[in-house]
Design a protein around this ligand. Structure first.
Ligand SMILES: NC(=O)C1=CN([C@@H]2O[C@H](COP(=O)(O)OP(=O)(O)OC[C@H]3O[C@@H](n4cnc5c(N)ncnc54)[C@H](OP(=O)(O)O)[C@@H]3O)[C@@H](O)[C@H]2O)C=CC1
Ligand SMILES: N[C@@H](CC(=O)OP(=O)(O)O)C(=O)O
Length: 366
């Protein structure tokens, strides 16, 4: 059996990956070893065929005993350890959630429902580096897979509403802490009128007492229209990723422009996106809906009416679910080849952990 090392298994992505692998009985197909940057020597999670103690994720000798390494530890870790391992001659398969290696020529961005065949070709050719795509990109491609397959898309503009957990475990807990502060202040003054409460809350969330160590700003009762670092183009890096990663996954002959504004909102889990889709030529609504709905096993069409939308097209309804709903599909009044849509999905499942799980199984079966 192949030796598989897991790094970053207790973070947001890593723990969802562990859950999914247990559900699918994946651990019985490998010998598993767990690594940590902070808890070396402590008990490792108990899985079939697993080593019982946590090994050091900074120990390249231990890491290089693995046939396959799966990292959900983050970009800084990949930047430090991946080149070191390769320099020291480790020739195993590297599977990663972080963005660091995505755009490298010798890496494949993995998204099973969309590019499984390309992944298999890469495995057959001896490619060693497989990286999960950015969460909003992966979810967008699953939702619009049909239109891309039919080569119908001229461009897409995507306005995102990204959940706190997209920024990691500490940030998600910070949002809850911020909400707790708000709740505590409200409980102390429940009978105040709405405007008094608004002033009190605005003053609270802009005060130095408000917990903002991780986000740097209030997210509760607020939105943050910048995610990741600044690019020279004026885009945030999160916005920049949409076009470059999507076109790499799709292996586009001609680049399909994809751009928009990425916004952090106070949802806990699930990234949402409001889309403007410019088609190459006009199409009937029913044709567009049918092409979208039949593209893969995970996309789900939500009829464009108020009750279905509010029931099925929200983070509360989709958190923890594998399907990727898309709704609000309608022609726009701005022109006859423009369509509006709203889609969302669990950014920890198909947005992060599931593509890694799928490629790991694919590699083990090859
Ligand atoms: N979150 C998301 O939705 C997505 C994330 N990604 C990418 O995946 C990678 C990992 O992201 P993510 O899982 O969000 O990162 P997290 O911040 O949740 O976890 C990363 C590491 O932080 C350490 N850690 C410190 N404190 C805690 C804590 N309280 N709870 C859990 N872990 C803690 C753990 O390392 P140790 O055990 O060694 O101490 C853990 O492996 C990143 O590169 C990210 O960009 C990609 C797509 C979506
Ligand atoms: N940036 C995403 C999650 C993420 O980690 O993306 P990436 O793997 O592209 O850095 C978010 O904050 O919601």
């Amino acid at each position: 059996m192949k030796k598989v090392g897991f790094i970053g298994w207790r973070g947001m992505v890593g723990s969802v990956l562990m859950e999914r692998m247990k559900e699918e009985n994946d651990f019985s197909h490998m010998e598993s070893y767990f690594f940590s940057t902070s808890q070396t020597g402590e008990a490792a999670p108990k899985m079939p065929n697993s080593h019982d103690k946590l090994l050091s994720a900074m120990d390249s000798k231990e890491l290089s005993k693995m046939d396959i390494l799966v990292s959900c530890q983050g970009g800084d870790y990949t930047t430090e350890m991946f080149p070191l391992l390769r320099k020291e001659g480790w020739n195993g398969i590297w599977i990663d959630a972080a963005s660091t290696l995505r755009m490298k020529d010798d890496s494949v961005i993995v998204l099973d429902p969309v590019n499984r065949n390309n992944i298999q070709e890469a495995i057959n050719k001896g490619t060693k580096n497989f990286v999960g795509g950015n969460c909003t990109v992966s979810l967008l491609l699953i939702a619009l897979h049909g239109l891309f397959k039919e080569n119908m898309v001229e461009w897409v503009s995507s306005m995102t509403y990204q959940a706190a957990s997209g920024a990691g475990a500490k940030n998600m807990i910070e949002l809850l802490d911020q909400m707790k502060s708000v709740g505590t202040a409200f409980s102390a003054n429940p009978a105040a009128d709405a405007l008094t409460l608004e002033k009190q809350m605005t003053s609270l969330m802009t005060s130095s007492q408000f917990p903002t160590q991780n986000f740097g700003h209030p997210l509760a009762l607020n939105v943050l229209p910048w995610i990741d670092s600044e690019m020279p183009s004026g885009q945030s890096k999160e916005e920049w990723k949409a076009q470059v990663e999507a076109n790499k996954i799709l292996q586009s002959q001609t680049i399909i422009p994809i751009d928009g504004t990425c916004v952090r909102v106070g949802a806990l889990r699930c990234h949402s996106q409001g889309l403007t889709i410019k088609l190459k030529k006009s199409a009937h609504l029913s044709t567009v809906e049918e092409i979208i709905a039949s593209a893969n096993d995970w996309v789900r069409l939500v009829p464009n009416n108020k009750p279905d939308t509010l029931k099925a097209l929200t983070p509360a309804a989709v958190s923890g679910k594998m399907h990727v709903p898309i709704g609000r599909i309608r022609p726009m009044t701005i022109g006859d080849s423009y369509f509006n849509a709203f889609t969302l999905g669990d950014q920890l499942l198909w947005g992060a952990a599931e593509p890694l799980r799928c490629v790991l199984r694919q590699v083990l079966q090859s």
